[in-house]
Design a protein around this ligand. Sequence first.
Ligand code: PBG
Length: 333
Amino acid sequence: MRPVSAPFPAARFRRARADGARRALIRENHVTVEDLIWPVFVRDGVGVREEIASMPGVYRLSVDLIAEEAQAAAELGIPAICLFPYTDPALKTRDCAEAWNSENLSNRATRAIKAAAPGIAVMSDVALDPYNADGHDGFVVDGKILNDETVEALVKQALSQAEAGVDIIGPSDMMDGRIGALRSALESAGHKDVLLMSYSAKYASGFYGPFRDAVGASGALKGDKLSYQMDPANSDEALRLIERDLAEGADMVMIKPGMPYLDICRRVKDTFGAPTYAYQVSGEYAMLKGAMLNGWLDPDKVMMESLLSFKRAGCDGILTYFAPEAARRLQKG
Ligand code: PBG
């Protein structure tokens, strides 16, 4: 595209900005409720709502309350909810067996949501970190993260989630070869319609801190995730990972974090044209919410502007902790 415009005064860009009707006509991008995927944290118990200190306004909810919230989200028109379990530390082991327990929190929450709000899509997380005594996304032996053994475990985890009824499986582990392995296992088990949204370009980011508090992984994590998550300095590598995951059978791809990586979103969308999502992660939420609560930023304006940036960068949707707030804001018009 090569935009052409006349010299001043033939071209006056302010003509098109002069009033609301004109601005509406030339508006290139929109955020709608259909762009939103809402990540939520599930915990044990009944009627429990526990605020996460580093994410004001975000709660760990027991399964019964998650089902209620999912119903409310569906009524707001939010198309998908994404589950992250806060696992009892006593259930965290080095073999991570709780990850494929059909009665684990994530699977119980999936069934409860499907019963309460069948219309909302349920997305689950595939990675071992909520269940791992070592806090890592993969098995750890002698301080090293094992790739192929982890992929076998991820397959068991994903099959148990598909069995529970999830619509979208989101592998966030960054092991090599997992998309192909998950796709063929899902096909063989008859789960032909389960979508795979790959966390393809997931960076080793400092912005995940509050999430690790939320799922109780901060204390467990030994070392860092630099040997499997991407170097924030890289951009071409993201394209190679996205291409690899699409070739292995990913239906949708994700870039994570979001706001500091909008350049990657744009490159990915332009290069592949695949359904592309960004995750506005916990640290981005904490940063914005903290400033909003201090009165330093206008909450509605900044929330919507931050979501619009993803649409402008070419994303088809956004995982965001602001989802219900944004949906209510959009309803007000
Ligand atoms: C772990 C996982 C993480 C997030 C989603 N899945 C954290 C990590 O990789 O350490 C981060 C989400 C957020 O920060 O909001 N598999």
